[in-house]
Design a protein around this ligand. Structure first.
Ligand SMILES: Cc1cc2nc3c(=O)[nH]c(=O)nc-3n(C[C@H](O)[C@H](O)[C@H](O)COP(=O)(O)OP(=O)(O)OC[C@H]3O[C@@H](n4cnc5c(N)ncnc54)[C@H](O)[C@@H]3O)c2cc1C
Length: 331
């Protein structure tokens, strides 16, 4: 059985029945139809294989980047198997700005719309004009316009109505030539009149200083989503925890940084067998070298239970957890 350890950034030891790389929608459909069970994989930076997967892992290698511009916009079509950071770097080299805040996020372009990747005040959905895909059942090609993607915080139609129903083959981006830089977030706000290139460089430097490098300690970035609570629940929490941070997402909803909750619950730096809650970013769980899938599950459940007990908030994983038969829920 081939190993999946190098196919996901958390690097757990797990195998599968077979691994097939494809570079076109037709090759994908042919491989998909031959498999009893199949899991679509990009770069495995949002996926943990907790145990041996009893199916075929189909790795997306659809390549190609095409650009044209109009008076006001750059239009770029990108094959879903391209590297996200490679694409952002290419945009910077060509002066196509807007994506600089999303530098150094691991993963493939095809996965970026699925959880509407975001960082430093920017979400990718804002720059996507449409997503091209094929239906798994029929192989029919479809195009989903941005307005129909239902982009939201770490969410989209691809995690809901279209979950496990499509292969994303291409993402089409539109970047305005007249752009305004997003510098409101954290350390970026300290930059004085930065250029897009300076933001790109700063984001890379900040990420390298704060986040563990998966090549050193396996991880999948943020393990949990930041919970969104009603503003009245937030006010109640604030009466007990005066320094609890919160960011309004609508007039009656507030987003609370999960890292703060996990830190307050005493997990920061804590180790369970070979899994560690990262000391400088407690939202990230890391593999100290030889972690087992069940260690990750046990530790993650302990964190969820404690946050629920202490704050009455249910943390949800941001990562995909794959067991023997496919994606599993933690709770
Ligand atoms: C160190 C680190 C930092 C990170 N920082 C951030 C961050 O700042 N912001 C953020 O939003 N995310 C972040 N992430 C998470 C991750 O980078 C993103 O979720 C990324 O988009 C995942 O891409 P991937 O190709 O690795 O996805 P995979 O893990 O390979 O797949 C993720 C899911 O998408 C499905 N999928 C993948 N490709 C396709 C396709 N072409 N068609 C249909 N389904 C598909 C898979 O089946 C799976 O369910 C981070 C991860 C790491 C390791």
């Amino acid at each position: 059985m081939p190993s999946l350890q190098s196919h996901h950034t958390f690097s757990l030891q797990a195998n599968c029945l077979s691994i097939v790389e494809f570079n076109s929608a037709d090759a994908f459909i042919s491989a998909y139809n031959q498999a009893d069970h199949a899991y679509i994989l990009g770069e495995g930076s949002n996926t943990l294989f907790l145990e041996d997967y009893q199916g075929t892992v189909l790795v997306n290698r659809i390549a190609g980047i095409n650009h044209f511009d109009t008076e006001s916009h750059h239009h770029i079509s990108v094959g879903a198997g391209e590297s996200w950071h490679g694409f952002v770097s290419l945009c910077m080299q060509n002066g196509w700005y807007g994506l600089e805040n999303l530098a150094l996020i691991p993963g493939s372009v095809g996965a970026c719309p699925i959880q509407n990747i975001g960082a430093y005040g920017v979400e990718v959905g804002k720059f996507i004009s449409s997503v091209e895909a094929v239906l798994l059942t029929s192989g029919e090609k479809i195009i989903i316009k941005s307005a129909d993607c239902n982009f939201a915080y770490r969410d989209s139609i691809f995690k809901n109505e279209l979950a496990n129903k499509v292969l994303i083959t291409q993402v089409n981006f539109v970047l305005p030539k007249m752009y305004s830089l997003e510098t409101s977030y954290g350390e970026l706000s300290k930059l004085t009149a930065p250029t897009a290139q300076q933001i790109f460089d700063a984001v890379i430097a900040i990420r390298k200083s704060k986040l563990p490098d998966p090549a050193q300690f396996g991880n999948a970035g943020s393990f949990f989503k930041n919970p969104v609570v009603t503003t009245s629940q937030f006010e109640t929490l604030k009466s007990t925890y005066a320094d609890i941070p919160g960011f309004g997402v609508s007039h009656d909803e507030t987003k609370i940084p999960a890292a703060w909750l996990i830190d307050q619950a005493g997990f920061k730096g804590k180790v369970f067998n070979q899994v560690r809650c990262h000391p400088t970013q407690p939202l990230v769980l890391t593999n100290l070298g030889n972690a087992q899938g069940e260690d990750v599950v046990t530790f993650a459940k302990e964190i969820i239970c404690e946050i629920s007990r202490k704050f009455n908030i249910k943390l949800e994983p941001e990562v995909r957890l794959v067991g023997a038969k496919g994606v599993i829920d933690l709770v």
